[in-house]
Each structure stands twice: as C-alpha cells, then as structure tokens.
Design a binder for this molecule. Sequence first.
Ligand SMILES: Cc1ncc(COP(=O)(O)O)c(C=O)c1O
Ligand SMILES: Nc1ccccc1C(=O)C[C@H](N)C(=O)O
Length: 424
Amino acid sequence: MFDATKEYALKLDLEDESKKFRDRFYIQNDLIYMDGNSLGMMSIDAETCVNRVLNEWKTLAINGWSDAKIPWFYYAEELAKKMSKFMGTSENEIIIHSSATINLHIGLSIFYKPEGIRSKIIMDELNFPSDIYAVKSHIKSLGYEVEEVLELIKSNDGKTINEDDIINSFTNEIALVILPSVLYRSGQLLNIERITKEAHKKGIYVLFDLCHSAGAFRHELSKWDVDFAFWCGYKYFNNGPGGVASIYINKKHFDRETGLAGWFGYKKESQFDMKLDFVKSKNAGGFQISTPHLLSMAPLEGSLNIFEEAGIDNLRSKSLKLTDYLIFLIEKKLSKFDFTIGTPKEHSRRGGHVALEHDDAIRINEAIKNNNIIPDFRFPNTIRLAPIALYTSFFEVWKVVDIIEKIMMNEEYKKFDDKRSTIA
Ligand SMILES: Cc1ncc(COP(=O)(O)O)c(C=O)c1O
Ligand SMILES: Nc1ccccc1C(=O)C[C@H](N)C(=O)O
C-alpha cells in the first residue's frame, strides 16, 4: 500500500526503472505537465527525426521520395510496421495516415453499407463529439435521417457506459458499432474484445476510436478481431500537435472498396503508371488518400523508437502505478473537499488518466494552472490529470495533490472567474 508522505514519493521515483526516459523529453523546469493525454510532450528523438527529414528536403528535394534514409514514398508504411508491434496487428494492417476524424470518415465509407433493415449505427452519448459529427454527416450524405439510424447508448451516471447496455442493443437492425476504447472524460476503458465478439455474433461490424488508448497500453487488435480502428498520434504517442494519425483494418477486409479513394492508396509498384482506373493496394495502405504529411509524421519515428526501448508493457505497469498512486492521494487528501473520482478503479476498466470531479472544477482548474501545473478541464465538472509513464515522476503526482489541497485549504480558487477558456 502507498503512503502519503513526500519521502515515499521520492522513494517510488528512486525505485522506478523507467525514470531515465524522462531525460529524453523537453521537460520545462518548475512546470508539472499533466496533459499528455491531450498533447504528449516533445522528445529529443522526435526533434531529431523532424530535423533529419527537414535536412533531407533541403539536400535531396524531390529525390527524398526515393533516397531519404527512410524513403519518403514508404515512410507511412515503415512507421506502420513499428506501430504494429504496440497494437497487436500484422505489419500491413496499419497505415500512418491523416487525422483521426478523417480516418473515421474513411472507416464509414468502407463499412457503412445499409442494407434492408440492417441500417443502424450504435454509438454512445459520452463519445468525443467529433466522432458523432462525422457519423451524422456521413448518414446525411447517404440520404438517411440521423434520428432513424443513429442510436446513442445512454450513460447511467454521466461518466461511464455500461457494457451490457451496449451489448443488449445489438440486434439484426444494427450495421455498425462505433465506440471509443477509453472515454475521453472519465477515462473508462471498455472491453474491446468482449464487445467485438458479441457484435460479431450478431453480424455487426466494429469500429474503435483508440485516441485515448493508443500508446497507453498494448492492444491486440488482430486477436480481438476488431474490423477497423483509428487513433491520433499526438496524445500518448507524442507525435506533436496535429501529428499524423493511424488506421487499422483487419486483413479480412483488404479487398473492400473505399469510398474516399486517392492515388496514395494505389498499388505502390504501379502508382506512377498514372492509369485512370484505381487499383487499390491490398493492405491498410490501400485506404490512404493523399501524399503523406512527412513533416508531421517524422516525430512519430523518434517517439516510436522510445517506445521500443521502454517497452509498452513496462509503460502500462508504470502508468497504472502512477494512477493508483494519484487516486490514493486524492482519496486521502482531497475527499474532505467534496472531490469525487470519475474514473473506474479496476485496472481492466481504466485508461491512462484520472478524472477528478468537483462542482467548482472550472475555478479549481484555473487555480491549478496558476500554480504551474497543466491539467485540463472538460465540461461540466471534470479536471483531467494524466501522469505519463515516460515522463511524469511520482514526486510530481504527489506535488499536484499537495498543491490542490493547499488551493482548497486557502480557497485560492475563489479568486478566479467561473468561466472556462476557449480551449478547454
Ligand atoms: C476520442 C477522440 N476522438 C477523436 C478526436 C479528434 O481527433 P482529430 O481532431 O485529430 O481528428 C479526439 C481528439 O481530439 C479524441 O480524443
Ligand atoms: N486536438 C486538440 C486540439 C486542441 C486542443 C485539444 C485537442 C485534443 O486533442 C483534445 C482531446 N481529444 C480531448 O480528449 O479532449
């Protein structure tokens, strides 16, 4: 069991075998970063790779496509091979591509083929809004009414979704289920394997948004038999703001058509034949659209190298210890101030962040920022705290809770307006 003293936090850091990776990141002195689940920090390795690609542009210009260290023409595929090790897939079932929401549109174009009564899509009411916007627009573009085909599973507590409610909604009217692996606000982790298995029993395709889990723990997408998944790279994978995202498509679907074709999905050997009939590459790469965003992909190369060294299972163990410790400290020191924890306690149901809830969360969040800590706030009452295994220390976790306790004791938060900023 943990103890709440500062000395104990320092002892946990001393015993931590992965603490050396912190030195690979640009950690700002005196600033405690607890927002790596929204935008991961910059590493030296990421910077090195961006600088290399910039230099290749400078010195090789167009020849970079064939002569760069990793030829640009194959860069998305080469990084996908590295990525596949952490996602539990074959190398060709992943492609590094575009952004999360665009990749969802691609998934919809492949899998949403309403037929007879099988025309409905299941999502959940706590889903990240961008996914809902994408699905609604796609439904409308096919000439359907959103109300007729989109079913949102309701939350019973405003924080979590009951998996049985999801599974009980599976009928022969459902074409697709689209869910987040980890809910962005509460940090609840859904059982991807169980949901996929139950959906498949009813002939339903399964699409997962892995934005809040990719890079937080090992996935086994092939084993779980998920049909399609997408995730951004800028959170736990530290790929930089707007960094290129990823697509996974199960190999049994390689022959499917995409509704959003483009020449970078063409069979690579003959892409430059410039034929007018599209011949899709028979792998995840076949679902690419345009020229890859090389400069926004390069940080991922460096970042994935760090993941290879650190080992994703070691990172998950440390992350669980960090969030266990954070939850312990919150319960011990903050319960008396009416805080609650929105994140499930069981490891099998927890992602990488902790949702700290309070009726006065907006002002408390402002006060936390005023103390050189970066958390984030999600409406209406959640302060998200994400200690990141690669670069957050146990001492920082201790300090964050210590500072919040002081903010509550001296009522510093009352100095701030109850008004959230534009990006929060
Ligand atoms: C769960 C989830 N889905 C989708 C997105 C949207 O990502 P993007 O803006 O990169 O398309 C985000 C983050 O912004 C997210 O957290
Ligand atoms: N892409 C962003 C751009 C600006 C500010 C935040 C984001 C996020 O990614 C937010 C994150 N998806 C969330 O879970 O709230």
